[in-house]
Design a protein around this ligand. Structure first.
Ligand code: SF4
Ligand code: SF4
Length: 198
């Protein structure tokens, strides 16, 4: 997702509305985006709102206005902690936590991780490691993350300290129950294909 979209002037017209995208989010989240009447109770209770560039109610508003690219290129959806406070507070039964999940899923499917969403890259690599090794392989996670995100020296100084404390290992053995773990991943892949999982 091209992050430059965030800096573009926002133009709202009938042509920029994207009901199809809203329907897609509604289908994935099993809740209504269009029902939100912008009372702001979700954002008032959200523990992560201060870190987001668009607080939860604005995420919904941008969706309603067809500005979904602005959301996917931003970091708000990645700061959401899935605590569900917003969904609990909403007087209109908009399940905003599920909308955030759906947006993360759609961002995942969109082209490449944006600079604003390194967490997406970290998530992917984290799960790849679990699928390959049956457990987390921190050394590989950090190394591949740094290379793929183009931050080659990120946290380099922490490495020796973690090695010294035995928190980081150069080599990892595979989990002996790897076949069982693969079954879980395969089952989720199947569910995704059928649209039964995000
Ligand atoms: S609490 Fe519900 S209705 Fe109010 S702004 Fe948030 S999502 Fe919309
Ligand atoms: S689920 Fe996400 S958006 Fe909703 S209140 Fe929690 S952190 Fe905020």
């Amino acid at each position: 997702m091209d992050v430059r979209v965030k800096k573009k002037k926002m133009i709202i017209s009938q042509e920029t509305m994207d009901v199809d995208f809203v329907r897609k989010v509604e289908a994935l989240s099993d809740t209504s985006v269009r029902r939100c009447f912008q009372c702001g109770k979700c954002s008032a209770g959200c523990p992560m709102a201060t870190f987001m560039e668009h607080p939860p109610n604005r995420v919904v508003r941008l969706l309603q206005l067809g500005q979904w690219q602005r959301i996917l290129a931003g970091r708000s959806i990645w700061y959401c902690a899935s605590c569900e406070t917003c969904s609990t507070r909403c007087p209109n039964k908009v399940h905003l936590a599920s909308i955030m999940d759906a947006l993360r899923k759609l961002s995942w499917d969109a082209e490449g991780p944006s600079k604003e969403s390194y967490v997406q890259l970290a998530n992917k690599l984290f799960l790849q490691n679990i699928r390959t090794y049956g457990r987390q392989y921190e050394m590989r996670l950090a190394a591949v993350f740094n290379v793929k995100s183009g931050q080659f020296l990120k946290d380099m100084m922490l490495g020796p300290k973690l090695f010294a404390k035995g928190k980081l290992k150069m080599f990892h053995s595979k989990n002996k129950n790897l076949a069982e773990i693969e079954k879980i991943f395969s089952r989720i892949d199947e569910m995704r294909k059928k649209g039964e999982a995000l």
